[in-house]
Design a protein around this ligand. Structure first.
Ligand code: PLP
Length: 388
């Protein structure tokens, strides 16, 4: 049985080219980049090469890239670091209700430290209204943090517009670009962002490595203390193989991004059209067009998402319900709730996220399996009655 992996928003396989680039940095070039001898300098050269590749993918300068342990740390650093550095200016942060927990939980922490946080609602498609951002600004606002695209429903936010508002008001603007980095074009200048988070394992790179872009001149207080790595902004010996891997993944993404987004979004559209046509009482979640090229998120009424996942898994098909991080919990997704999806319907949600290796044949296989499994599960449901 062929496995069909459709959970690329949770994580991606590491590209063989990336593995190849990383391997020497475990063995021959194992030096510590902070060491002065040639072992160290060899590793340092590799770290700086990766920094260049990552910076050029988002139109940044190399010195504006700080390596971290992943998207969660980058989000924590951006929010806690700015809140601490701008304490004298104010204590108000604006974010949205559909952010990843890495942002939401950090905001909850900041509230306990005396910050005031405004959690903006979204519309039925999951979009933040830039007008609402403008209205929420007070003379105490120090930071706006709105994600580039949502990891569950795929909606892409009007980041450039929100960034313009932040710029006009002299407020720092952070975006969590974990789901877009390496998947859709990003230019930090066109988007008007001051801080941006990205993670290695979402773009065919390794886990445990990420970056935060910090625009030159942005005031931020480090929160990991120790050595002088990353110009004193983030202590700890560099994860050299991980950084090399993320750099290579960024380089490969830069070479194929436009073409890949076109191919994958065509498959996504075929997938969406197919499920909406063959299954009744189904709805698409997220924006119909302004969505990630690889994201399909649907609610299938009278079906338990978990039951679907297990049945699909038995046929070698991997997908998720809500986000991977919360799929172990029985609470309905906070993102779907924010879109106005009632809890019972939210429990019937399924997220399929396509990737580089997804073929048209894979999509056809899933489009055949889904209605069959839905039919089987609904035949056991006392609530479901097929419309005549
Ligand atoms: N932000 C978003 C939007 C994500 O989707 C994720 C991971 O799923 C993260 C942050 C956390 O990234 P990491 O797994 O690298 O800590």
């Amino acid at each position: 049985m062929k496995s069909i992996y459709l959970d690329h928003a949770a994580t991606t396989p590491v590209d063989p080219e990336v593995v190849k680039a990383m391997l020497p940095y475990f063995t021959e070039h194992f030096g510590n980049p902070s060491s002065l001898h040639s072992f160290g300098q060899e590793a340092k050269k590799a770290v700086e090469g990766a920094r260049d590749s990552i910076a050029s993918l988002i139109g940044a300068k190399a010195e504006e890239i700080v390596f971290t342990s992943g998207g969660t740390e980058s989000d924590n650093f951006a929010l806690k670091g700015v809140a601490a550095a701008r304490k004298d200016k104010g204590n108000h942060v604006i974010t949205s209700v559909i952010e990843h927990h890495a942002v939401l939980e950090t905001c909850h922490y900041l509230e306990k430290q005396g910050c005031a946080v405004t959690y903006l609602p979204v519309d039925r498609d999951g979009a933040v209204d830039p007008g609402a951002v403008k209205k929420a600004v007070t003379d105490k606002t120090i930071l706006i943090s709105i994600m580039h695209a949502n990891n569950e429903v795929g909606t892409i936010q009007p980041i450039a517009e929100i960034g313009k508002i932040a710029r006009e008001k002299g407020i720092y603007f952070h975006t969590d670009a974990v789901q877009t980095f390496g998947h859709i074009p990003i230019d930090v200048n066109k988007l008007n962002v001051d801080l941006l988070s990205a993670s290695g394992h979402k773009l065919y790179g390794p886990k445990g490595v990420g970056i935060v872009y910090i625009r030159k001149g942005t005031k931020i207080t480090p929160f990991i203390h120790g050595g002088e790595q990353e110009k004193g902004r983030r202590a700890s010996t560099h994860n050299v193989p991980g950084i090399v891997g993320m750099g290579k993944a960024a380089k490969l993404a830069g070479e194929s991004l436009t073409e890949e987004a076109k191919t994958i979004s065509a498959l996504r559209d075929k997938f969406i059209k197919g499920v909406l046509e063959t299954i009744d009482e189904i709805q698409l979640n997220g924006h119909p067009t302004r969505r990630l090229p690889n994201n399909v998120n649907v609610c299938i009424n009278y079906i338990e998402g978990e039951a679907m996942i297990l049945n699909l898994d038995m046929e070698g098909i991997a997908c998720s319900s809500g986000s991977a991080c919360s799929s172990a919990s029985l609470e309905a997704s906070h993102v779907l709730a924010a879109l106005g999806v009632p809890p019972e319907l939210a429990h019937s949600s399924l997220r399929f996220t396509l990737g580089r290796s997804t073929s048209e044949e894979d999509v056809d296989t899933v489009l055949t399996a889904l209605p069959r499994i839905v039919g089987k599960l609904r035949s056991m449901s006392p609530l479901y009655k097929k419309k005549p």
